[in-house]
Design a protein. Structure first.
Length: 511
């Protein structure tokens, strides 16, 4: 025979591993009362004919339109023989009016055991209340899901004639950790993610419309490459080998250009084992595009057109507000070499300087540098510290030193410079592009030089990828490549000041 503790542990009335407050305890009790009355708190399905928005948009006076709507109870006023509540679905809210005499005593008794947060289905007809609110007059109600946790619904009160919201679910970290609650109680948050979906869809259609092929490449890679970043490492048990989560998909996409495709693109999740802040998440989304027989000048024009058209498609405007600045996305965008940009914003001409001279220049500007970093990283540090944040309007920063871009083709008329650009908007990098290096001999030299930088202690330097080198030894046509940070672009086009506001489930420290 079980002892009393074992009986409590196994009882269906008692939740396990949940610390109950008074409200939750009451909800568990209501759930049991419903079940005892023969009501299933979690039925299988409900036939929906209209959303809340459709009911309101198509409302006709003097016409009792039959509707069937489902959603979550967000406000509730229980009265003696008639009650009101607001039901929230994915499209908005609609008021429901219910009379005991019309739905029946059993249904009304069920309603008495419902709370804010419960999900219900309602069948009835449309009407307008005496206060002018379009509503549904319920003829039948069905409980679809009993909510066991109270939802932190914001409350309103009048202060000097104005409505003031208090007890709102506004703590940023809690909103990120419990995005499901955030979406329920702050439904306007959905609009950011609806726009994100629209941005990706427009870009996908734009690329496909050019005849370029959407592809998929490996996330688990035996050698990581295509960017300067630290990877996440994992282990494949069956093959007994170390693998890496990709930091970029560049080298695989270029293999496909070698294989004969004229244009390929991929919307990819990439992973970099680096810091987390307002503009960086270790798991992020980017789209990479490679087009044969094109160069970085052609790609700049294409990017201008793409971003301007995307803004017009999702915002109906070619301007946006980001970090307190109004940004014009009208074409053409400004173009400025990285050397000229540093000269303009620091007064320092770094053209042709040795590593020692660059280090001295950085020190003169007040930068404390890791002694292990090389010339390219020094230039990158100077640009990042003194220039990037000042480039508010869209600006193409072009023509980088070779060491900063080991996968890019050298400029035909400027020794030591490669054909590369980054687009900076609102003080942040949005995309990166090269005329891709397709000389396998030079590419090997560049990667071996990167390997020597790793030996100096640069953990972000690239690794020699023999299979990639073998691929381009078969011959890769002239090619332009592009990577666009989707999260950053969405931030700019939706006016969000943190990457966590455009990612449903951003990475956070453990609770």
């Amino acid at each position: 025979m079980q002892n009393e503790n074992e009986q409590k542990k196994n009882s269906p009335e008692q939740p396990t591993q949940i610390s109950l407050n008074d409200q939750m305890q009451r909800r568990f009790e209501e759930r049991q009362h419903l079940m005892d009355a023969g009501v299933n708190p979690y039925p299988t399905r409900f036939e929906v004919t209209h959303s809340s928005a459709e009911i309101i948009a198509n409302f006709e006076e003097e016409v009792k339109t039959p509707v069937s709507v489902a959603g979550r109870i967000m406000t509730i006023r229980k009265m003696g023989k008639a009650s009101f509540f607001h039901l929230q679905d994915s499209a908005g809210r609609i008021q429901i009016y219910m009379k005991k005499a019309e739905v029946g005593e059993a249904t009304y008794n069920t309603f008495k055991l419902l709370d804010i947060g419960d999900i219900v289905g309602v069948k009835g007809y449309t009407f307008r209340t005496k206060t002018g609110e379009i509503s549904v007059h319920a003829e039948a109600l069905e409980l679809l899901t009993k909510s066991l946790r109270p939802i932190p619904v914001a409350k309103e009160k009048d202060v000097d004639g104005e409505k003031v919201i208090f007890d709102a679910f506004s703590d940023k970290e809690m909103r990120y950790r419990q995005r499901y609650v955030d979406l329920i109680v702050n439904p306007e948050v959905k609009q950011t993610f609806i726009k994100r979906s629209a941005i990706v869809s427009f870009m996908r259609n734009f690329f496909s419309g050019q005849g370029w092929l959407e592809v998929e490449t490996p996330i688990l890679q035996p050698i990581y490459g295509g960017a300067a970043a630290r990877p996440f490492t994992t282990h494949h048990n069956a093959l007994d080998m170390q693998l890496y989560l990709r930091i970029a998909n560049e080298l695989y996409l270029k293999r496909l250009i070698v294989g004969g495709f004229d244009g390929v693109f991929e919307f990819a999740k990439d992973f970099r084992n680096e810091g987390i802040d307002r503009f960086h998440n270790p798991e992020f989304t980017q789209v990479e595009l490679y087009v044969a027989y094109k160069d970085y000048n052609w790609m700049m024009k294409m990017v201008e057109e793409l971003i301007c058209q995307t803004a017009l498609a999702v915002n109906k405007s070619d301007s946006t507000m980001f970090l307190g600045n109004e940004i014009s996305l009208k074409t053409p965008f400004r173009r400025l070499s990285i050397i000229d940009a540093i000269a303009e914003y620091t007064g320092k001409n770094i053209s042709g300087l040795s590593e020692e001279e660059l280090r001295y220049t950085a020190k003169d500007l007040g930068l404390e540098l890791d002694p292990k970093i090389s010339s390219g990283k020094i230039i990158d540090e100077i640009f990042g510290e003194f220039v990037e944040s000042k480039l508010i309007q869209p600006t193409f920063i072009t023509d980088y030193p070779t060491e900063m871009s080991p996968l890019a083709k050298e400029h035909p008329s400027q020794p030591g410079i490669v054909e590369r650009f980054e687009l900076i908007v609102g003080g942040k990098e949005v995309c990166n592009s090269f005329s891709e290096l397709n000389d396998p001999v030079i590419q090997r030299e560049r990667l071996e030089s990167q390997s020597r930088l790793r030996q100096r202690g640069d953990e972000e330097a690239m690794i020699v990828d023999e299979d990639f080198l073998r691929a381009i030894e078969y011959g890769m046509p002239p090619c332009a490549g592009l990577g666009i940070g989707i999260d950053r672009l969405v931030m700019i086009l939706t006016g969000q000041d943190s990457i966590r506001d455009v990612i449903f489930f951003p990475h956070l420290k453990p609770e």
